[in-house]
Design a protein. Structure first.
Ligand SMILES: Nc1ncnc2c1ncn2[C@@H]1O[C@H](COP(=O)(O)OP(=O)(O)OP(=O)(O)O)[C@@H](O)[C@H]1O
Ligand SMILES: [Mg+2]
Length: 404
């Protein structure tokens, strides 16, 4: 049985998580090592200080290497931020072989034709994902290879990102001697970890509410339909608590995680009950929950506004799956159901084996999703360093490390 390893690096606004996994031809992927460090130098999913971000990544990679005994040469890396935009585009080609049979090279041609849209100089293509094909006008074909026809159309979901933001991230990763297998939009990765095929077929929204961003992906008829990134998440919740209750940020973060809930508190506690932080700050449960509830309600409404159609009940009858660290807030699924009148659940990554204790939490949906993405997609040459320069950089990095 052939065994290989793949690595995922999720550079989040609050934590950097490196995960190294063993992949066999059969069976689930086995997590061999995880390295989690608080992230520095990031704001709303973007690198704002290269040196600080690079050091957080270095620390996280080192921890994962130590835990697994493997060395990281390259990794699948998550991308997020307000600079990411998406649109649906079409491509069309003629099938000119005598037998009019659609072959794999025709698929490549039609995807290339879908990429020929004008991408501004300051933007870079991240993904061109085929959603469905049609052969001679017959729509809804998932795999046209082997069919006969004169004309092949493809509908694609195209995702682009700002060149500068991507370059900053790439620079940080390469700066620790790791090459890039691929850059993956974070909500696409998260959805690999927490959505079922059934949900994607029926129509579903995924919202990864992290620290700095809420990452949204909408699936319909088994494929991606829409993606969006909102610049509001757990950080704003903590800031609201800090400002609203006059607490230092760290204490507000502690209070939010320990006692925070979006349920009306009077159902389980007295209205006058007090929550005490480790250093002795006391606040009313009721006030804490009211503040958190108001902001979470706003985030859920913003998610709905991001949907490309207003009749969202018809677009996504399977409802909403919440993931990311902030979906740990107790009662968030019930609040979502109240607002949307659709099924809402919290998605925790489960379909991996090995040392998974640290990552069985919605905050690690992106990390697990990047690993799953890595097993089902090939590493692309887009972000890889040329072979010689890659090897040379690696050597220089190792020598530098000897003196570090
Ligand atoms: N039990 C909890 N209750 C409430 N909030 C929580 C809890 N646990 C974690 N969080 C919040 O989750 C957020 C971190 O989530 P996550 O790790 O998914 O973010 P990230 O990936 O670092 O950031 P991003 O994806 O936005 O760049 C923080 O704001 C943290 O306060
Ligand atoms: Mg995240």
């Amino acid at each position: 049985m052939k065994k290989r390893t793949i690595t995922a690096i999720d550079v989040g606004t609050t934590k950097v998580c490196t995960t190294i996994a063993e992949v066999n031809d059969e069976g689930p992927i086995r997590v061999a090592g995880v390295g989690i460090t608080p992230s520095k130098g990031l704001h709303k999913g973007l690198v704002v200080n290269i040196t600080e971000a690079r050091e957080s990544i270095r620390e996280s990679v080192k921890k994962a290497e130590y835990a697994s005994g493997y060395r990281v040469e390259s990794a699948f890396v998550g991308v997020t931020g307000r600079h990411v935009t998406s649109l649906n585009n079409r491509g069309v080609v003629a099938i000119t072989h005598n037998d009019r049979l659609v072959r794999p090279p025709d698929l490549r041609r039609v995807l290339t034709s879908a990429q020929s849209l004008k991408v501004a100089n300051d933007r870079k293509l991240l993904h061109v994902i085929p959603r469905s094909y049609s052969v001679d006008g017959q729509p809804g074909v998932k795999n046209p290879v082997g069919m006969h026809g004169f004309r092949l159309d493809v509908e694609t979901h195209v995702i682009t990102a700002a060149v500068t933001s991507v370059q900053n991230l790439v620079k940080c990763i390469r700066g620790v001697g790791v090459d890039i297998d691929d850059l993956v939009l974070e909500p696409l990765a998260s959805s690999e970890a927490v959505l079922t095929e059934d949900e994607k077929n029926v129509g579903i929204v995924l919202a990864d509410i992290g620290g700095g961003t809420t990452d949204i992906a909408v699936f319909k008829d088994g494929s991606i339909w829409h993606t969006a990134i909102l610049p509001v998440a757990g950080y704003q919740l903590t800031r609201d608590v800090a400002i609203g209750l006059g607490l230092p940020f760290d204490v507000a973060e502690e209070m939010k995680k320990r006692y925070g809930s979006v349920m009306p508190i009077y159902e389980s506690q007295s209205e006058m009950a007090t929550a005490i932080s480790e250093d002795g700050h006391g606040i009313s449960y009721q006030d804490l929950c009211d503040i958190i509830r108001a902001r979470v309600e706003e985030i859920i409404r913003l998610i709905v506004l991001e949907l490309p159609r207003s009749d969202y009940e018809a677009l996504v009858p399977a409802g909403l799956v919440l993931t990311g660290g902030s979906s740990n807030l107790s009662g968030i699924d019930a609040l979502g159901r109240d607002i949307l009148q659709l099924p809402v659940r919290v998605g925790t990554p489960t379909n991996v084996a090995g040392i998974t204790d640290a990552i069985r939490d919605p905050a690690y949906a992106t990390s697990v999703g990047l690993l799953l993405w890595g097993t089902s997609h090939k590493s692309t040459p887009t972000w890889r360093l040329p072979k010689f320069s890659g090897a040379l950089r690696h050597l220089v990095f190792r020598i530098k490390n000897l003196f570090h």
